[in-house]
Write a protein that binds this ligand. Sequence first.
Ligand code: SF4
Length: 80
Amino acid sequence: MAAQKLEDNTPGKYYVTDDCNGCGLCFAYALQNFMYAGDSSYYYVLEQPADQREEDDILKAISVCPMDCIKSDGELVNPS
Ligand code: SF4
């Protein structure tokens, strides 16, 4: 079955799918943008990037995610 976007993600460009294994690497790289589920079994996008620095952190998280489950759908991020 194709990976599904997790419902917890804040709507926007970046999101985590249900392939996430809860390793927490994304949180280490982009603390301000990711959050863990109550049982820590998965992480999701809490905040879309507010500036270029945060976007760079998310891109780093994408590059290290072992499950390749942080995605960008190319939708415009609301800059406000
Ligand atoms: S790095 Fe990837 S697999 Fe690990 S918690 Fe984050 S989204 Fe999930």
